[in-house]
Write a protein that binds this ligand. Structure first.
Ligand SMILES: NC(=O)c1ccc[n+]([C@@H]2O[C@H](COP(=O)([O-])OP(=O)(O)OC[C@H]3O[C@@H](n4cnc5c(N)ncnc54)[C@H](O)[C@@H]3O)[C@@H](O)[C@H]2O)c1
Length: 339
């Protein structure tokens, strides 16, 4: 699939398909571009050594730091990267966030090309223009909004369970709230997720583009829907000291938020979604084993809170969401009743 999308006056070309990235390497090598490549990804795919100008770095949250940012700026300078040249990032969301930030501020902005290599990065972090580094243990504290001009989503990178699960939780989130077709694919083709990766990527990209184009700078509440499952999900991540994966936290967050939705007068689909999430291979968290007083403190800090209440994304059947205000006390009471 190839599509060109205009967002915030930027034209973005998105190309998806299998084994498509290799064909770009000669073109990238012919100019003074530089690639920022995840060390793990570089080690795994031999053809990446054909890229001439490259910075190969560690990834993960530690890479989203001032230290790695200055390392990159030093390399850009050393390699005489000018305003018309491009940074090409090849890696997951952490490499993307760091590279996008560097591209947006180096010489007040140079060209950016994204080659996301995890499902989460292909369907979520590469779309919408947000980038950031962490500072003083605060996630995404320093960042900008900056679009890549080209995104190459090569499904041959999405070749193992580890790079799929976090993205799958985000795809399911969009399927339940705004894109029932996506929900149906995940639900009906549960044993054939790998076969359906390209379809899942294409539909998810369009779904996320629709939401972010309404509010590129995230100034209103229009992007809240992308946070479905994340009020409880982020609280669970903090509760478990980030020892559970983001996908597992969001998946269990969605189950909990569907249960809360029922209490807010909506159709109850939490049980069906719990079964689906378990079948997809996520571990189901037993809320009875959780210290809810401790969880309360994390829920209170949700970024969607307003005068002590939380703007919760509630769901009234697949494809039908709304934002409902609820206090953290009520949330905790309801979670105490979870089966
Ligand atoms: N900017 C945004 O809008 C946005 C949205 C969502 C998430 N994010 C950010 O994205 C980050 C998470 O991204 P992620 O889940 O891609 O994590 P990641 O970048 O840490 O990658 C996960 C792991 O997969 C490995 N990996 C990557 N591609 C691989 C491949 N093809 N084969 C084998 N291993 C591979 C990496 O080396 C790493 O160990 C977080 O920092 C989060 O804040 C940003």
């Amino acid at each position: 699939m190839e599509l060109t999308y205009e967002i915030n006056n930027d034209k973005i070309r998105i190309i998806t398909g299998k084994d498509i990235f290799k064909d770009f390497i000669d073109e990238f090598n012919s100019k003074n571009n530089i690639s920022i490549i995840s060390k793990n990804v570089f080690k795994k795919y031999d053809f990446l050594s054909n890229i001439k100008k490259r910075i190969v770095i560690d990834d993960g949250e530690r890479a989203k730091s001032l230290e790695y940012f200055s390392l990159i700026v030093n390399e850009l300078l050393k390699n005489n990267i000018e305003r018309g040249d491009a940074i090409i990032y090849i890696g997951g969301g952490t490499i993307g966030d760091l590279s996008g930030f560097a591209a947006s501020v180096y010489k007040r902005g140079i060209r950016l090309i994204a080659v996301p290599t995890t499902l989460l990065a292909q369907i979520d972090s590469s779309i919408g223009g947000k980038n950031a580094i962490n500072y003083m243990n605060i996630k995404n504290l320093i960042g900008t909004f900056y679009n890549p001009e080209l995104i190459i989503d090569d499904s041959s990178f999405i070749d193992n369970k580890n790079v799929i699960m976090d993205g799958l939780a985000e795809a399911l989130k969009m399927g339940i709230t705004i894109e029932p077709e996506l929900f149906n694919i995940i639900n009906n083709e549960i044993n054939y997720i790998m076969k359906n990766i390209e379809k899942i990527v294409n539909i998810s990209i369009n779904a996320k583009l629709k939401v972010v184009s309404m509010d590129f700078y995230d100034k209103s509440h229009l992007r809240y829907v992308l946070n479905f499952g994340h009020t409880i999900g982020h609280a669970l991540e903090s509760y478990f000291n980030n020892k559970i994966s983001h996908g597992e936290a969001v998946a269990n967050g969605m189950i909990a938020e569907l249960y809360i939705s029922k209490y807010l007068g909506n159709k109850d689909i939490s049980n069906d979604i719990r079964k689906l999430i378990a079948k997809l291979g996520f571990k189901i968290i037993d809320f009875k084993s959780i210290d809810l007083n401790k969880l309360y403190n994390y829920i209170k800090n949700d970024k969607k809170s307003e005068a002590g209440y939380i703007n919760l994304v509630s769901v009234n059947g697949v494809g039908n969401y709304k934002i409902q205000l609820i206090s953290p006390d009520e949330i905790i009471k309801i979670l105490g009743d979870m089966p």
